[in-house]
Design a protein around this ligand. Structure first.
Ligand SMILES: *Cc1c(COP(=O)(O)O)cnc(C)c1O
Length: 486
């Protein structure tokens, strides 16, 4: 097993992003169709996993040229920490600081992450690790629903009593699909997520039509609906941001609305000097989503959620105030007392501020990576990825056979959106991915097919290492070849 891990890590920079079709087929055909009556035993099973199943996996998904979705890799230190997570198998749900430091590390890691994003931890006392930006968006809408309906109907408690006939609207501008899923899940309803965006502006932003938004807010107020507004920091096709956050904040204050910013990867623009004007008002949000398994380059699955309203999380995710929680889940230090322990007693049990009860110690890889890289290391990683995407965008925008689709004809963050002038985007994508050298994903833009490349892996480099090709050279070679006959 150790040899398999070492070989994979060494080969990763040069592995094809996805599975070899023949190996994938062999793996598919080898799948057992029934539970073995007599177990295979560990050594045969392990041989099967490394020999057949591993060949069916996307070989280079954690590697430097897997540019589909928004995909991070795994920093070596994060991988090492993740191994410790499995080895020690802590259940991070009840705060028992005299038994395990795990809940304290989780809490401290969330503070460090806020610091990385230049957010003041005292402004965001409600915080937790989640399984992904989707789960963080679920928390955002669950908290927003709880708070905003109580704002419209003082004393009303949705978590305790259900919706009671009260509605809730979520006003968005080209939001991520996971927010619509979250609206379905928390009982708001997908149809109550209302598009308020105007056409994407030349800056690549995701502006709200503020007049339309205010009219909708007035209607909500008259009906007694709760209101949530969700600007986006980092749109998945362009990396665009919602501008005018202070104006949106002022409208939220006027109409009692909760502002949830989905900054899954875009929040990390905080580390890119020339993007400060887009993200400087992140701290005006009531709640924030950030992904860790994307740009922090820790293993799946890992993300965080922050809110300024420390009491809202436990009012939704904690026990009922009328019955209290079960005694066996009580937090405490079992009477032990010393200054370092006493200082951490007030950390809430994660189970009371989160969806899950039993939870993985997913904070540890983030903790390790933040310590290992520090602010400078992460700034270098993120700026390098952004620089790479911008250079690739420039190449595409000046190529006779391609059209760059990022607004303003330039890449701001880490996503390059493009199509070929004389080739269907489906066929273009097929050619790009069939190269086995880089991997991109399909999308649609302005009603037509398009291709997107999102760069968020720590290994991706503009310069060649040794006498090999650089990742940029490889991308250019593949993109040139894909359109050479059209
Ligand atoms: C990736 C992404 C999500 C969903 O995140 P998961 O980590 O896949 O759950 C939500 N919002 C935005 C803006 C994203 O980029």
């Amino acid at each position: 097993m150790d040899a398999h891990i070492r070989a994979h890590v060494d080969a990763l920079p040069n592995l094809p992003p996805i599975a070899d079709p023949a190996k994938l087929r062999t793996a598919l055909e080898s799948l057992p169709t029934s539970l073995p009556e007599h177990g295979w035993g560990d050594s045969r099973t392990l041989e099967y996993l490394t020999g057949s199943i591993a060949g069916g996996l996307a070989q280079g998904q954690a590697g430097p040229r897997y540019w589909g979705f928004v995909t991070g890799g795994v920093l070596p230190i994060a991988q090492a920490a993740d191994n410790l997570v499995t080895l020690y198998d802590q259940n991070v749900q009840v705060h028992l600081p005299s038994q395990s430091i795990s809940t304290v590390i989780e809490s401290r890691t969330l503070e460090l992450l806020l610091s990385l994003l230049s957010l003041n931890p005292t402004n965001f006392p409600g915080r937790t690790f989640t399984t992904g930006a989707t789960a963080s968006n679920i928390l955002g809408l669950a908290c927003g629903r709880q708070w905003a309906i109580a704002k419209a109907h003082p004393g009303y408690d949705v978590a305790e009593d259900g919706f009671g006939g009260f509605g809730c609207k979520v006003l968005v501008a080209k939001t991520h699909a996971s927010l619509i899923k979250a609206a379905s899940l928390v009982g708001i309803g997908r149809k109550n997520v209302i598009e308020c965006g105007v056409k994407v502006d030349q800056d690549g932003g995701l502006p709200f039509d503020l007049q339309k938004m205010e009219l909708l807010m007035q209607e909500c107020k008259q009906r007694g609906d709760g209101i949530i507004v969700s600007p986006g920091f980092g749109e998945v096709n362009t990396g665009g941001f919602t501008p005018e956050i202070p104006k949106i904040r002022a409208l939220c204050d006027k109409y009692g609305a909760w502002m949830h910013i989905d900054g899954a990867f875009g929040a990390f623009a905080k580390l890119v000097p020339d993007l400060q004007s887009y993200v400087e008002h992140l701290d005006l949000a009531d709640s924030i989503t950030v992904d860790a398994h994307k740009w922090l380059n820790v293993p799946y699955d890992s993300a965080a959620f922050f809110t300024r309203h420390v009491n809202v999380l436990p009012s939704v995710f904690g026990p009922s105030p009328s019955t209290g929680g079960p005694a066996y889940l009580a937090a405490g230090s079992a009477g032990a007392t010393y200054p370092a322990l006493d200082a951490v007693l007030s950390i809430p049990s994660p189970l009371n501020v989160n969806i899950e009860n039993s939870r993985r110690f997913r904070a540890l890889p983030v903790f390790a990576a933040l310590l290992s890289l520090g602010r400078e290391g992460y700034a270098e990683l993120i700026q390098r990825n952004v620089g790479f995407a911008r250079v690739l965008g420039k190449y595409i925008s000046t190529h006779g056979s391609y059209e760059l689709l990022n607004p303003g004809n330039q890449v701001a963050l880490n996503i390059v959106l493009f199509r070929a002038k004389n080739l269907d985007s489906g066929e273009l994508l097929r050619r790009i991915n069939a190269s086995g050298k880089i991997y991109a994903s399909p999308t649609s833009w302005a009603g037509q097919g398009a291709v997107r490349i999102a760069v968020s892996n720590w290994m991706t480099k503009m310069e060649a290492i040794g006498d090999g090709k650089s990742d940029l050279d490889t991308a250019i070679e593949v993109l040139d070849a894909a359109v050479k006959d059209v």
